[in-house]
Ligand binder design. Structure first.
Ligand code: ABT
Ligand code: MG
Length: 152
């Protein structure tokens, strides 16, 4: 695969939507040089969220996590570009807000681990699984971003 065509799954959580941070979050990925290839708004079902967070099933926070992410609309997205999985986790910042550096999304906007604004896939396997869970193949757009000649 072309190294520039790595894709990851990013989702603005209900607190990010309600706080009107969707544009801010999109801007940060655009400004870094990444390409938006899919996006929608939906109110996710508990079933979809249980699948999304399957790795945390059985943990003490699982039920409250599903309730929080299901409490309002979310904005799932797919972003594309070199090393986007690793770099997007840096753009987002650490899971615990006390550890998320200023300049990251969580470091600038979040103070609670249970209200941390945005999700990003943590590995290639997660990215593939999550993209397939939230989007149909035909919802992913391939397009040539000529302006990125100055980034690559
Ligand atoms: P996500 O992007 O939501 O997956 O967060 P991240 O990958 O940074 O953190 P992980 B470890 O995947 O946590 C998922 C969500 O579960 C919440 N959580 C996690 C707790 O509330 N308590 C905990 O002890 C842990 C480990 C935080 C994460 N999302 N939210 N909201
Ligand atoms: Mg995670």
């Amino acid at each position: 695969m072309d190294r520039r065509s790595q894709r990851t799954f990013i989702m603005v959580k209900p607190d990010g939507v309600q706080r009107k941070l969707v544009g801010e979050i999109i801007s940060r990925f655009e400004q870094r040089g990444y390409k938006l290839v899919a996006m929608k708004t939906l109110h996710a079902s508990p079933e979809l969220l249980r699948q999304h967070y399957a790795e945390h099933e059985g943990r003490s926070f699982f039920a409250s996590l599903i309730e929080y992410i299901g409490s309002g609309p979310v904005v799932p997205m797919v972003w594309e570009g070199t090393n986007v999985i690793e770099i997007s986790r840096k753009i987002i910042g650490a899971t615990k807000p006390a550890e998320s550096a200023p300049g990251t999304i969580r470091g600038d906007f979040a103070i609670e681990v249970g209200r941390n604004i945005v999700h990003g896939s943590d590995s290639e396997a997660s990215a593939q699984r999550e993209i397939a869970l939230w989007f149909r193949e035909e919802e992913l757009v391939s397009w040539n971003d000529h302006s990125s000649a100055w980034i690559y």
